[in-house]
Design a protein around this ligand. Structure first.
Ligand code: SF4
Length: 882
């Protein structure tokens, strides 16, 4: 009888959808958790590939101080000593903490308590500032609290789905598939996508509005004015449940003007705008699903309120199938908002009003309670640069890649007297700046809770033993709290105790004033915490099993219980591009997550898009003399990156798109944050990451090539490289502007084998006149590595050689074919992987289409592509159309 493998129910660590994951044994396989309300058994390709990321390669496993390995006691003593010293000499204003939506709620809670109650500094901010701070500010202005009114079921029930600034097909794939299914079940549902780019999400759209970047607020102001002008307001709702309508409408009318004028300023067709407005008017069940395209703007908060105004004006808040729905990017951005992990929040949905400060101070029995907001992320790192902040503790995030003006952030950290970094990875751009490194536990090892975009609290449960000396972040923070003399306040020994305290604070003197109230979970014991099923807050005596929607009764968390319209003048981005400049937009790609520290480990997640790129319109490419696949430099006075050009009519003219993911360990120069200015929304502090002025030029090279090696010792020394891990080795795509002969000598030395053995046998093919070079190393009948260089990059595919890297022994005929770089009997490989779940390449798909497969269903039957997570369905349709 076969042994039963234990199953752990946990939550995916990537996006804000917050899918439940069923893990078999020690992560050998994963599946979507059928019982989880967020995903009902589905996972996207990133979730499906989680087992590929669990190995210990590149993990930080032991504490280090100034480059020397130490034990935890020594490391924490040193953190405490430097912290005390900084406090004594420069005061609490010189100390900061920068967290992440990757932290569990328990980690976040302890960091916030330590900083704001016991160290006495409110400079506790988080990378969620880059993601949804504008959405928070918008909700607070309108509803009196940071509360998402809707839930995922609304996506099933809506008659109109408006996706504003969201490429959900790639960023929130499981929710996108839910919309696809809902649309199939209810074909009259209409879908409008508002996005300057034609993204994969447009595959579902009945109407795509490729508006001028930054014009979203104007468009929604125009909608409000049009609804009023055409008699589509819910006057009873406005009268009974809101304030400020007349001012908001007057401003919207003055701002948007005529439909023709609106179309001109938004750079849209008037007829398309009219269609959108009519659909909005006709369909009371409307969900506006918005994300970073709205939030990451110097006017992000106003854009959020322009959207919410339209929903309030039609009474579409918190009703089935009807809400303004901000979707968070990260798995626990919402948990961070709950504990007060943003510098302008205090704790548990309380801000810095005197009675809130007093309430939290009493609850924590805090000796150094802060009374005012701290520095938001961009300002915080500028304070590091100026020397105001002299001690910073960074947890689970990589600001040297993700923050605006990223080169300046790196320089600021280099000069900062004490940088403590808690991370699970040993080599990130930020870990490289650390004086003290603390090894953190990661997914599969962590134990705690996260909250997704629909307020659903779920457990992340461990199923692996923690490796090396990795410890939970909450534990490290609490031990520093104890060392500072606060043993009682930081006495927890288990995350369940931290969670219980957090839950108790949420209900402390609440009496219905704050929407976030999970006091019903404050008495959970360890067993109850371990068994906690997903639940949407609030959870209290009124809602013991949680609450699906908020505000459906028209009662809000303002002083008078009414929602607020906000009068918006929808400013277009200042600082328009000068002659020769383009606007750079940034964002995610389908298969990567943040700065790739985890997803970059999975080969299959780099087979869809394996190199950093800039996407540009064919006319811009012609104007700037850039060819598809060529290297291009994107630059401005802040910095420069060199990436591969992708020419596509999906971009608007004059605009570029660069993915946010590539970092120092994965490429030579592709950190897009280096080009983003520190311009922020004045209310939310969120940076304007979608609108940077840049120039683009072709980057001339003298050679291109690739390097495959079994061991990675150091990075290539050349103009351009990008890295992908392989099973049993490493792949670098390369290019240089130096002498190819010198380059080949330098780069051939990177072919390495981790094992000992006799000197490898070198096979070589060289044509110095043509600049053409191939070198392959074999030891004991096994491929060690290969370097191929060619002046124009006319090189074989990599798949066959990569496959050989895993073989114990090469056949003679394979050995003879090595320098050719291709299988002896031909076979061009499958080409770029379209379906990452089943590893189906573009060539195989085209072959089936040529053979008669005429639909995605037929392709799915033949090749299985598109039958698991569905992320590749838009691309399959494109291939069929082409
Ligand atoms: S949609 Fe994908 S990345 Fe997001 S939580 Fe679900 S499985 Fe994870």
């Amino acid at each position: 009888m076969s042994e039963r493998v234990p199953m752990t129910e946990t939550t995916c660590p990537y996006c804000g959808v917050g899918c439940g994951v069923a893990v078999q044994g020690a992560g050998r396989s994963v599946a979507g958790l059928e019982s989880h309300p967020a995903n009902r058994g589905r996972l996207c390709v990133k979730g499906t590939a989680l087992p590929d990321t669990l190995d210990l390669r590149h993990r930080l496993l032991h504490p280090e101080v100034d480059g020397a390995r130490v034990d935890w006691d020594t490391a924490l003593d040193e953190v405490t000593r430097r912290l005390r010293d900084t406090l004594a000499r420069y005061g609490p204003d010189s100390v900061a903490c920068y967290g992440s939506g990757q932290l569990l709620t328990e980690d976040y809670y302890v960091a916030n308590k330590l900083m704001k109650g016991f160290i006495g500094s409110a400079h506790m901010d988080t990378n969620s500032r880059l993601c949804m701070a504008s959405a928070v500010a918008g909700y607070k202005r309108a509803f009196g609290g940071d509360s998402v009114p809707g839930c995922y079921e609304d996506l099933d029930q809506a008659d109109l789905l408006v996706l504003a600034g969201s490429n959900a097909a790639w960023t929130h794939p499981v929710l996108y598939q839910r919309m696809v299914a809902a649309r199939k079940a209810r074909p009259d549902t209409r879908v409008v996508v508002i996005d300057p780019r034609r993204t994969a999400t447009c595959d579902l759209a009945d109407l795509h509005l490729p508006l001028r970047p930054g014009a979203d607020g104007l468009l929604f102001n125009g909608l409000l004015a049009w609804l009023a002008g055409h008699g589509h307001l819910d006057r009873d709702y406005i009268r009974a449940h809101t304030r400020g309508f007349d001012d908001a409408l007057a401003r919207a009318k003055a701002d948007s003007g005529s439909l023709a004028g609106l179309a001109r300023r938004c750079d849209l067709r008037e007829a398309d705008i009219r269609t959108f407005f009519q659909w909005f008017a006709e369909r009371p069940r409307t969900v506006t699903f918005y994300s970073q395209g709205i939030n990451q703007s110097a006017t992000g908060t106003d854009k959020c309120n322009a959207i919410i105004n339209c929903h309030l004006a039609t009474g579409r808040v918190g009703r089935p199938g009807a809400s303004p729905f901000s979707i968070t990017g990260q798995p626990n951005a919402m948990g961070g908002r709950e504990v007060g992990g943003l510098a302008n929040q205090l704790a548990a949905h309380m801000d810095f009003a005197a009675d809130d400060v007093d309430r939290v101070k009493r609850f924590w029995n805090a000796p150094h309670m802060v009374g005012e907001p701290g520095l938001k992320a961009v300002d915080l790192f500028q304070a590091v640069a100026t020397g105001r902040v002299r001690f910073i503790w960074i947890l689970a995030t990589n600001p040297v890649v993700s923050l605006p003006e990223a080169d300046r952030v790196r320089e600021a950290l280099r000069r900062c007297p004490t940088v403590v970094v808690s991370d699970c990875m040993a080599d990130t751009d930020t870990v490289r700046m650390a004086d003290i490194k603390l090894p953190a536990r990661t997914w599969g090892e962590k134990n705690g809770t996260v909250t997704n975009s629909e307020r659903c609290i779920s457990r992340q449960r461990p199923f692996l033993d923690a490796p090396g000396e990795a410890r939970p972040d909450w534990w490290a923070l609490a031990r520093v709290g104890r060392r500072l003399g606060y043993s009682e306040a930081f006495a927890w020994e288990h995350p369940a105790q931290v969670f219980a305290e957090h839950a108790a604070l949420s209900g402390f003197e609440n009496e219905g004033r704050r929407a976030f109230d999970i006091s019903g979970l404050a008495t959970l014991d360890r067993a109850g915490y371990d068994a906690l099923a997903p639940v949407r807050w609030p959870v209290n005596r009124h809602w013991p099993r949680g609450r699906q929607r908020l505000f459906g009764d028209g009662r809000f968390h303002t002083d008078d219980g009414r929602a607020r319209f906000v009068a918006i003048t929808a400013a277009l981005p200042e600082d328009p591009p000068l002659t020769g400049e383009l606007i750079m937009n940034t964002g995610r790609i389908r298969d990567q997550w943040h700065t790739m520290t985890r997803t970059g480990k999975a080969r299959r997640l780099l087979q869809h898009i394996g190199e950093p790129f800039v996407a540009l319109h064919p006319e811009d490419a012609r104007r700037h003399r850039i060819e598809d696949g060529q290297l291009a430099t994107v630059e401005n006075p802040l910095g420069a990156i060199t990436v591969r050009a992708r020419i596509t009519a999906d971009q608007r003219r004059g605009e570029l798109f660069v993915p946010m993911h590539w970092s120092g360990p994965f490429s030579a120069r592709a950190r897009q944050g280096a080009l983003v200015s520190a311009t922020t929304d004045p209310l939310s502090g969120q940076p304007q990451s979608k609108f940077s002025r840049v120039r683009v030029t072709p980057r001339a090279v003298r050679w291109q090539g690739f390097l495959i090696t079994r061991a990675r010792h150091h990075d290539p020394d050349c103009l351009y490289w990008s890295y992908s891990p392989l099973p049993g080795g490493h792949l670098f795509e390369l290019a240089g502007d130096d002498d190819p002969d010198r380059a080949r000598q330098r780069l051939a030395a990177l072919i390495r084998d981790p094992g000992e053995g006799e000197e490898p046998q070198w096979l070589e093919l060289r044509d110095p006149g043509a600049g053409h070079f191939r070198r392959v190393a074999v030891r004991d009948g096994r491929l060690i590595g290969a370097l191929f260089i060619h002046p124009t990059g006319a090189l074989p595919g990599r798949d066959w050689l990569i496959g050989l890297l895993q073989r114990k022994r090469l056949e003679d005929h394979e050995r003879r074919a090595l320098l050719g770089g291709e299988a002896p009997h031909g076979g061009a490989g499958d080409g770029p992987v379209v379906c990452a779940c089943f590893q189906v390449g573009e060539r195989a798909i085209r072959a089936r289409i040529d053979a008669g497969d005429g639909s995605v269903e037929a392709l799915g039957r033949s090749l299985r592509c598109g039958t698991n997570c569905g992320s590749c369905l838009p691309e399959l349709k494109q291939l069929l159309q082409s």
